[in-house]
Design a protein around this ligand. Structure first.
Ligand code: ATP
Length: 270
């Protein structure tokens, strides 16, 4: 079967309402929504619309969600790809695939290109990553830089990229006119966890009014993705027991399961 180069969504339904917490990041990225909606407002005064922004933060904190919400808010197509899939799937043709991607995005502009795990492509050149395919990766990275430099100020394609390893990125990526803006997307604090629970509790059939403040207190260190998992897991636990609705104990059991999973993961890493 033919591997998919990237996903294309021309009718994104995600909006800032779906992104709980992250007020600072939303405020910063709102500007990009505005650029996409009213480019002339900026270019008419001689300003250059930014070509890229880097979303930096730990896994599962909503970077992809936020990028998608930008497309949804601006009502523009969302082209997305994962850096690690890309490097693995397109050995020998990475650079030409990058060209294809930008060509299609430009045809549909204004548009957002989202590159998840950009570090897989954008690791500093000349540093081995043990995968052996460094030349290939460098070609892909060089093509990405070429594309970003190449598109004019009125192309209206903005590239958002996500990473949790900004420290390993090639500094050429951060140069002016490329990913020259960084937006930090951090783990949620207790109030933000409560907001995230509210979002993910919505579709759940609850047996009682669940205290979101209590749930937020039970989940220090959890990411948004972990919280989404807790809500889903709680529903599965309740269903497994033949319950008609999800109760507080199901949530506590789900929290335990997720903590168990996180501990296992950390053991493998350290
Ligand atoms: P990764 O670095 O692992 O790719 P990410 O930062 O891109 O992670 P997302 O893929 O956006 O994280 O988050 C995964 C899921 O977690 C989202 O689809 C959403 O369900 C939930 N989630 C994460 N953060 C939030 C948030 N701030 N508000 C609501 N839901 C969230």
């Amino acid at each position: 079967s033919k591997a998919k180069l990237f996903d294309q969504n021309t009718d994104v339904k995600t909006s800032f309402k779906d992104v709980a917490g992250l007020e600072g990041a939303k405020e910063e990225i709102q500007e990009i929504v505005d650029f996409l909606k009213n480019p002339e407002k900026y270019t008419s005064l001689g300003g250059k619309i930014p070509k890229g922004a880097l979303l930096v933060g730990p896994p599962g904190t909503g970077k992809t969600l936020l990028a998608k919400a930008v497309a949804g808010e601006a009502k523009v197509p969302f082209f997305s790809l994962s850096g690690s899939d890309f490097v693995e799937m397109f050995v020998g043709v990475g650079a030409s695939r990058v060209r294809d991607l930008f060509k299609q995005a430009k045809e549909k502009s204004p548009a957002i290109i989202f590159i998840d795990e950009i570090d897989a492509i954008g690791r500093a050149r000349g540093k081995s990553n043990m995968s052996g395919s460094n030349d290939e990766r460098e070609n892909t990275l060089n093509q990405l830089l070429t594309e970003m430099d190449g598109f004019g100020t009125n192309t209206n394609v903005i590239v958002l990229a996500a990473t949790n390893r900004a420290d390993v990125l090639d500094s050429a990526l951060m140069r002016a006119g490329r990913f020259d803006r960084q937006i930090f997307v951090d783990l949620p604090d207790i109030r933000e966890r409560e907001e995230i629970f509210k979002v993910h509790l919505k579709p759940i059939k609850k047996s009682e009014n669940l205290d979101t403040d209590f749930l937020a207190k039970q989940t220090p260190g959890f990411s948004g993705a972990d919280i989404a998992n807790v809500c889903n897991e709680a529903a599965l636990i309740a269903a497994r027991q033949g319950k008609k609705a999800v109760d507080k104990q199901d949530f506590l059991d789900a929290v335990d399961r997720i903590i168990g999973g996180l501990e296992k993961k950390n053991k493998i890493i350290t």
